[in-house]
Each structure stands twice: as C-alpha cells, then as structure tokens.
Write a protein that binds this ligand. Structure first.
Ligand code: DGJ
Length: 337
C-alpha cells in the first residue's frame, strides 16, 4: 500500500502539471491510493465522465487453490470508477451488490464475469449484462446471462432477469456493443466455447431479440471486444485457455450480426507473445477523438487474482484498415494524432 501512496503523490503532482500517462503493467491506483479493482470490465462515457465497471477480484486466503473453476471470484459484486481524463480514477463504489440472502439469485458466492454497461437511449436507464453462474452451481448447470438495470450509471443496479438467450444457449465470456443507430448487441462465447454468438437486444436493452447469429463458428474464441470505425466493425478475441494467456485475433464485419471474417493477431513487435501476457476485455473509444481506441486487457495473476494488472494499449488503425497493437511502457492520449 505504501507503493500506492507514493504513486498517489506522483499522480497528485502530475495532476498539478496537467499531465497523465498510462503505464501498462504497473500497479494502477485510484485517487484514494488503492489499486483499481475492476477486471474484465468496460467503460462508457456519460455527461463528461468516463465510467469503468468491472469485477473486483477477491484475494483468497494463503494456500487457497485459485482461481476455482466454479464459484465466486468476488465477495462484493461489480465495482465502478469514474474519470474525466482516463488516467485518474475516482472510486464510485459497488454498482451491483451481491446479496446476503441465500434465496436471492445474487446470493454471494455467485460468479459474475465480464460485466458491461450501456445507457439505453429509449428508456434513459443504464443496463448491465454479464456472465452469471449461480452460487453453488457448476459451469454446466448454470452459465447464463444476467441483465440488471439502474437509474444512475454508478448504480445501484437491480437484477431484471437471468436466462440463456437464443433458445437456451450457454453464455460464457461476453461483451456489449452499442451501434451509432442506438441498436445494442450482446456478444458471448457459447456452445461450450466453440462458437461465439451475437444477439441484438430489444429496444429497452433488457432482453434478447430474435435476431441472432453464430459467428466464428468452431474457432474456440472468447473475451470478445467490439468497436466500430468508418462503418467497419472490429472484434478482438482471445483463445480459450482458461486464465492462461494466449494469442489474440481480430475479425471484421460490415454489420454486428456478421458475417465476421477472421483477419490476424493484432499484436506485433517486442513482447507480443500471448497478447503481451494479457487477455482483452473491451475496446474503449476515446470521446471526441474519432479513430482513437484503447484496448483494455487483464494480466491475470493466477496466484493472486486481486493483483492482476490492468493493461491498456492504444490501437493503431492503418491506412489499409488493418489494426495493430504494440507494447509500450508509458504512453498518453497524444499518440492519437
Ligand atoms: C477465461 C475467461 O476469459 C475468463 O473470463 C474466465 O472465464 C476464465 N476463462 C475462467 O477459466
């Protein structure tokens, strides 16, 4: 914690100087000096601030076999942080809290993975979707989507439903994507991770519509992160090796429902092996800067999940509309010309 306090002091002075930078791989603390704990999450921009929702990972007692293949990864729920500049984050608290009541669907001990939030333009409500595994259930018995709603972006979110969309298909790693026309899509690993699915949400974002597709069929991809640039849709995914890092790959499409065409591993240059030892979670469009996108990833630390690092890297968009990710120890938003 001393280290974080020291970092907080550095942050304070860099704030005074009007500066800021990303330091992938280093401990990233919030404005209170505590390590940011919002894994496998996403960021939205609302009313002049960015809001980052993610999984707080639990530090298990020494000697625990971790991470478990089922059961809780958090005793809290979903964390929320906010920022105006993307470098400095204020802790906003728990946006979705687990329940102390064993009769509740959100009873502690459940598994919450890869929470993502959007604001529904039709209702003005904030909607969260995530990969849900019921407390005490194994992956095969549960593996569903959970949908929650809130009046404010910071929560409190309340559960709306838990289900398997598209005729009862398994839901694992997932993300949300909102298109320019207000249509939203839920992407998720299904069919035992063999094939991704994408479904258009209903206009209130609280349910899956009947418009869905199987994509990257049989490719064994997970951790989807989707963005759009110049009418083209990009999806960065990881392979399926549990918490062990593996090479990323990206695909492109002319519509969120596909067809999606696999292109290549976007990671190039020194240390590119296994996605720079990370797994992606989200692509963050920098507000007001067309073409500026940040790849958000987690560097899983399987002996101390709470200590997993948040790794953010700039996405390079090339003239031929290919994309590249390069490791950089320190960078700031000025890389986006
Ligand atoms: C890899 C996924 O991407 C993570 O979100 C998590 O589900 C682990 N697998 C569990 O093994």
């Amino acid at each position: 914690m001393g280290f974080c306090v020291a970092l907080a002091v550095v942050f304070f002075f860099s704030l005074l100087a009007g500066a800021g930078e990303f330091r992938p791989g280093e401990v990233w603390c919030d404005l209170d000096g505590r390590p940011i704990n919002a894994h496998a999450g996403g960021v939205i921009f609302e009313g002049g601030r960015y809001y980052w929702h993610g999984q707080p990972m639990t530090a298990l007692p020494a000697g625990s076999k971790y991470p478990p293949s089922a059961g809780n990864l958090t005793e809290v729920g979903v964390n929320c942080y906010s920022s105006t500049n993307l470098y400095d984050w204020r802790y906003e608290g728990v946006a979705l809290a687990v329940s102390e009541n064993p009769a509740d669907d959100l009873y502690k001990g459940l598994r919450i993975e890869r929470p993502k939030v959007l604001r529904c333009p039709r209702t003005g409500k904030y909607v969260m979707w995530f990969h849900y595994v019921r407390s005490g259930k194994t992956h095969a018995e549960s593996y569903e989507a959970a949908v929650c709603v809130a009046d404010r972006v910071t929560g409190p979110f309340r559960l709306v439903k838990i289900f398997r969309p598209n005729g009862g298909q398994m839901v694992r790693d997932c993300t949300l994507f909102q298109d320019d026309d207000g249509a939203a899509y839920f992407f998720y690993a299904s069919e035992n991770n063999k094939t991704l699915h994408v479904v258009r949400l209903t206009d209130d974002y609280l349910d899956a519509s009947d418009r869905w597709e199987r994509i990257l069929v049989g490719d064994l991809r997970e951790a989807p992160a989707v963005f759009k640039y110049r009418s083209r849709y990009y999806m960065i995914t990881s392979g399926c090796t549990g918490w062990r890092h593996n090479p990323a790959s990206y695909a492109v499409a002319d519509h969120p429902l596909g067809p999606w065409k696999k292109v290549a591993d976007p990671c190039v240059g020194p240390n590119a092996t296994n996605t720079f030892d990370t797994q992606g979670t989200f692509v963050l469009p920098v507000h007001g800067r067309p073409g500026a996108f940040i790849f958000m990833a987690d560097r899983w630390n399987t002996t101390n999940m709470a200590g997993s690092a948040h790794i953010w890297l700039p996405i390079q968009l090339n003239q031929d509309s290919s994309i590249e990710l390069r490791w950089t120890n320190r960078w700031d938003l000025s890389v986006f010309k």
